[in-house]
Design a protein around this ligand. Structure first.
Ligand code: RP5
Length: 203
């Protein structure tokens, strides 16, 4: 508890009491988060890091992972929330390049600050996937990501599974600039897609 001055109607000082969370509890929470700052999954040879704000984003972001797998791109997937685990996110992003990652794909819903914060912590390209979240069908996440102020860009994709898949494909197009194996897989994917015959059903 703490007492702070508050202004009354005649500008006399009144005192109000505000309940603060205990400094000890806050310190403990910070200590727990600090001690977990390097606790995320890494994959040897991973070129892409897929990050999600919540495990609830996984059904959508599994499509990113499946797309990368289909193209033979080694990647690692982690749930690291920007607001629930900021120190872990900082550790992950600030070590990403030295661990060999070349692209980060970040998915989040609602205020959706994960991609922007990640982009602030690394100069690797950050691809942002807006999730549908719990309101506005993902328009909130889309605007949060697309409206990054100038200086720290994130490349924003469509809301939901289409964006999740395209982020995986876009990562392939970036990696293909310097990796012939990925380039071939990416071009083969496009050729197969173009060659696919789409016939109307009988009747
Ligand atoms: C964001 O809030 C997550 O990225 C997720 O899309 C959304 C809801 O999170 P949960 O409440 O399901 O954990 O941080």
């Amino acid at each position: 508890m703490a007492r702070y001055p508050a202004w009354g109607s005649r500008s006399r000082i009144r005192w109000c009491t505000i309940r603060l969370s205990s400094p000890v509890a806050a310190k403990n929470r910070m200590a727990v988060e600090m001690s977990m700052s390097d606790q995320y999954k890494t994959v040897d040879g991973a070129q892409v890091g897929v990050l999600m704000g919540s495990v609830s984003d996984w059904p959508t972001m599994k499509k990113t992972s499946d797309t990368l797998t289909r193209l033979g791109i080694a990647h690692e997937c982690n749930v690291i929330s920007a607001h629930r685990a900021p120190r872990r996110l900082e550790h992950y992003c600030s070590t990403a390049e030295q661990r060999g990652l070349k692209v980060l794909i970040c998915a989040a819903g609602g205020a959706a600050h994960l991609a922007g914060v990640a982009a602030a912590l690394t100069h690797l390209p950050v691809l942002a996937c807006p999730m549908k979240g719990w309101a506005t069908d993902g328009l909130d996440s889309l605007l949060s990501m697309a409206q990054m102020p100038k200086g720290i860009p994130v490349a924003t994709f469509a809301v939901g599974s289409h964006g999740a898949i395209n982020a995986g494909l876009f990562a392939a197009s970036i990696l293909g600039l310097s990796d012939d194996t990925v380039k071939k897989a990416w071009l083969d994917f496009r050729a197969d897609q173009s060659a696919a015959v789409h016939e109307l059903p009988d009747g």
